[in-house]
Design a protein around this ligand. Structure first.
Ligand code: GDP
Ligand code: MG
Length: 372
């Protein structure tokens, strides 16, 4: 049990609540019958009675991860999907300039007049192949999403300014990528500067375990100038190459699931969320649970501000129609019918509220000992 009240624990042990309260008192805790006890405190009391705590394996119907991982539809056909790329690196090394440069030259579908819209991610097309870029600051995306166990990135571009070399956030970025087991491509930026010293960058990165292919390692280094748009094509080619090796696959013909990239409350449109579809196809009208909220997909807008009716794997879209604002890193899952989505969504919203309350009243082992 994650948590039980004193009364519930007494009930399970077949003891009087007053006896449990007395035991807690002996441990130095004044407790009431409704007091919530955490797992460690429960174990402590049980041990005192010589009772072993059995871990009850409960299937939590409100656990979105279960639906996210759901395997029953796995016989759906797997097709290739575009890689999802983040750009990381030390401040001022050129992440934003690179993201802009890539977007400006290669905006998807090449539709004339397509106004790029900031939705937290965008998609480009190179040699007939799509690449999705997360546009949110790489570090923040990694930390919030990884903290919630959501893996969204297939590959990261590590930007290192050739005139500055490896800096603290460069190393931080390498550690994030390694922990998430995401391959790194190094973009040695600002090559247009007279003070650029790419050898130094290679040397310093070697010390971090990223050894260039030229030096007998297996890390791809691409010299670029994000500002002048030089080396971008080679960089994108390498992205496609690494993606190909990764054999990224997804199923188009199942209900969509994926992760929230960003979300906010819009005055006119209500809750607005950018979702990255990771598997399946998301459609307007779909009943959906997103984090602790739910709804029906009312409208979808793509990265160039166009209304779309559906979005396949690795596609970022902005949706409206949710009853509340989810958080970056939250999972989303589409359900067959609205009733199920509403039930799970409401249960999750209720649980989230409950958790906040329990958090406030919970007696933890730490404060048990504090009081002893
Ligand atoms: P970020 O903090 O990593 O997002 O870095 P920015 O993209 O904001 O770039 C920081 C500064 O470096 C800006 O003044 C850019 O114009 C400049 N910069 C970025 N890329 C290049 C480049 O390839 N060459 C030169 N000379 N300057 C660059
Ligand atoms: Mg920036």
């Amino acid at each position: 049990y994650e948590s039980l009240s004193v009364g519930e624990l007494a009930n399970k042990l077949g003891k009087e609540p007053s006896e449990i309260i007395k035991k807690l008192f002996m441990l130095g805790v004044m407790a009431t019958i409704n007091q919530e006890l955490d797992k460690d405190a429960i174990e402590l009391i049980c041990a005192d009675y010589g009772v072993e705590v059995e871990e009850e394996v409960r299937i939590d119907v409100t656990d979105l991860e279960i639906y996210f991982e759901e395997s029953e539809e796995q016989d759906a056909e797997l097709t290739e999907r575009p890689p999802v790329v983040t750009i990381m690196g030390h401040v001022d090394h050129g992440k934003t300039t690179l993201l802009d440069s890539i977007r400006d030259t290669k905006v998807t579908q090449g539709e004339a007049g397509g106004i790029t819209q900031h939705i937290g991610a965008y998609q480009i097309e190179v040699e007939g192949k799509k690449i999705t870029f997360l546009d949110t600051p790489g570090h923040a995306a990694f930390t919030t999403m990884r903290a919630r166990g959501a893996k969204v990135t297939d590959l990261t571009i590590l930007v290192v300014a050739a005139d500055d070399g490896v800096m603290p956030q460069t190393i931080e970025a390498i550690n994030h990528a390694k922990a998430a087991e995401v391959p790194i491509i190094v973009a040695v930026n600002k090559m247009d500067k007279p003070t650029a010293n790419p050898d130094r960058v290679m040397q310093e990165l070697t010390e971090q375990g990223l050894v260039a292919e030229d030096w007998g390692g297996d890390t791809i280094f691409v010299p670029i100038s994000a500002l002048k748009g030089e080396g971008i094509d080679q960089l994108l080619e390498m992205v496609l190459l690494v993606a190909e090796v990764g054999e990224l696959k997804a199923r188009k013909d199942i209900n969509a699931r994926g992760t929230v990239i960003e979300a906010q409350l819009d005055r006119g449109r209500g809750s607005v969320a950018t979702l990255l579809v990771q598997d399946g196809t998301l459609r307007v009208g779909d009943p959906i649970v997103v984090g602790n909220t739910y709804g029906r997909v009312r409208a979808m807008i793509n990265d160039i501000g166009r209304r779309v009716k559906e979005a396949g794997p690795s596609t970022p879209v902005e949706i409206t129609g949710l009853s509340d604002v989810p958080q970056a890193g939250d999972r989303f899952v589409v359900f067959e019918d609205e009733k199920t989505a509403r039930q799970i969504g409401e249960a999750r919203a209720g649980e989230a509220l409950q958790e906040q309350r329990v958090e406030k009243t919970r007696v933890t082992l730490d404060n048990l000992f504090d009081q002893m």
